[in-house]
Design a binder for this molecule. Structure first.
Ligand SMILES: Cc1cc2nc3c(=O)[nH]c(=O)nc-3n(C[C@H](O)[C@H](O)[C@H](O)COP(=O)(O)OP(=O)(O)OC[C@H]3O[C@@H](n4cnc5c(N)ncnc54)[C@H](O)[C@@H]3O)c2cc1C
Length: 445
């Protein structure tokens, strides 16, 4: 499998992975095909996932700028078409408490407002006519041990005090009788506004809207190299050249090795693994008492997440392999299935129907960065740390504003570059050490 820390290109026109999403979503919308020959544009966007597509859409709709998107493979071939489809009001890994400690109350509120706007934006785009199998609202954050309930209750109270919205506290008995009989759940808090959807259909909706608004989207067109010219940039794909005044990098966890000095050594691509089971029968659902299709995540350091899909399959996810070379080792999918069965022992006979993984993009400071480098006139948004479905829409919209010359809110997410990883060549060893630490904490804490 493509490994961004080792490979210099994610491929050319690679098909979608054999995922549940790519199997059930029907035909993809038609792109503008492979770039052949030379084109000139005001803005070139590299990467056709949520970030790149949202940027292209908002550039066209709100600023009258018709960008050219260059996607190495297919629209949403990266994370955007592989994720679990959890729409949550967050991004990055930093808690709001930590933000308040570092930056003060006002900035923390401003960040929360941006993340809320991300969810609102996704909802508005869906309401414009994207059929993406949106499920009912609710996000259960489940205590994986009894001692995790106290911090969860404190978090619920804090959320209510800070942001003025209701978060339910559910006892172990309530979770198991009213939502799902998860034997690893010792209570939960429930946010009212998270939900699940089909992320590939969502991205295809963004693609259609972007093209209708005036953007051009070239699939099978990886940027292999690019250089600065007297005026703007020249980007080379296998059969074409784009001359652009400004360049937006929207490659996130799929950014190839050595792609550009501005982002070199500033991200850590980490594999997240998903399995999807066969459809559960009515009696299997009854035995496991799975009544909800709301989205579920636990409190482990190395988190597991799951949801019941519209056709009664269970999507279950967690960490994957460390390198691309070992990504397809069945060990990782079997491990997830084993954990699923500890949560629902009555599902011993259930098999895996689909399995795939994707590279999430970690940043050193645990927050995403939407950034403009003035000197080089290059823009980027990345580092969502595995939580970018809704915020990438907002990041793309904000990127578009920045490209159009507007100022962005004065918050670290929009004003600071991705920090460099110290000892960058050792990032994978750091990741491995964190996994060991996480395993220890999850078992003994
Ligand atoms: C398994 C998994 C589960 C996840 N679950 C969730 C979830 O439930 N909720 C949530 O909020 N987030 C989730 N995420 C994270 C979320 O999917 C991402 O934050 C989001 O999709 C990032 O979108 P993006 O457009 O920035 O990047 P991507 O969608 O990764 O797009 C980057 C694109 O750039 C292209 N590219 C790379 N190099 C080049 C080049 N040289 N030339 C041209 N194109 C190039 C790639 O082909 C790729 O298509 C998950 C991620 C994974 C992997």
């Amino acid at each position: 499998m493509y490994d961004p820390l080792h490979d210099v290109s994610p491929g050319i026109g690679e098909p979608y992975p054999d995922s549940y999403w790519s199997t059930i979503s029907g035909k993809s919308p038609v792109s503008d095909g492979k770039l052949v020959g030379e084109v000139s544009t005001n803005v070139a966007i590299i990467g056709g996932g949520f970030t790149g597509l949202s940027c292209a859409l908002h550039l066209a709709r709100n600023h009258g700028i018709n960008a050219v998107v260059l996607e190495a493979n297919q629209t949403a071939w990266g994370c955007s078409g592989r994720n679990a489809g959890f729409v949550l009001k967050n991004s990055g890994r930093m808690s709001f408490s930590e933000m308040e400690k570092r930056w003060g109350k006002q900035v923390m509120h401003a960040v929360h407002e941006e993340m809320s706007q991300g969810v609102d934006l996704v909802n508005r785009l869906i309401d414009e006519g994207i059929d993406c199998d949106k499920q009912s609202s609710g996000y259960l954050k489940v205590a994986h041990k009894p001692n995790q309930m106290e911090p969860l209750i404190a978090l619920a109270k804090l959320q209510q005090k800070r942001f003025g919205y209701q978060v339910d506290v559910l006892t172990k008995e309530q979770v198991r009788s009213d939502y799902m009989n998860d034997k690893n759940a010792y209570g939960a808090i429930r946010f009212h506004d998270g939900f699940g959807l089909n992320p590939l259909k969502l991205a295809w909706g963004y693609q259609k809207f972007s093209q209708q608004a005036g953007a051009t989207i070239h699939s099978s067109s990886p940027v292999l190299n690019w250089r600065k010219m007297a005026n703007g940039y020249e980007l080379h794909t296998p059969q074409g050249i784009v001359k652009a005044d400004k360049v937006v990098i929207a490659t996130n966890g799929y950014t190839p090795k050595g792609f550009h000095s501005l982002i070199q050594s500033r991200t850590l691509p980490v594999l997240s693994q998903i399995i999807v089971t066969e459809p559960l029968t009515d009696s299997q659902l009854e035995q496991a008492n799975i009544k909800t299709n709301q989205v579920v995540m636990d409190t482990r350091a190395l988190k597991y997440y799951y949801r019941k899909l519209p056709d009664n399959r269970i999507l279950f996810g967690g960490r994957g392999a460390i390198t691309g070379q070992t990504a397809n080792d069945p060990y990782y999918t079997q491990r997830l299935l084993a954990v699923l069965k500890t949560s629902f022992p009555s599902l011993q006979q259930v098999n895996i129907a689909y399995a795939w993984s994707g590279w999430i993009c970690m940043s050193l400071d645990d927050i995403p960065h939407v950034y403009h480098n003035n000197e080089q006139d290059i823009f980027y948004a990345m580092g969502y740390c595995g939580a970018g479905l809704s915020f990438s829409a907002q990041a793309g919209k904000r990127l578009a504003e920045r490209v159009a010359g507007k100022e962005l809110p004065n918050i670290p997410l929009y004003q600071t570059p991705l920090p460099k990883f110290p000892l960058a060549p050792l990032r994978r060893i750091g990741q491995w050490s964190y996994f060991q630490y996480g395993k220890f904490i999850d078992k003994y804490w």
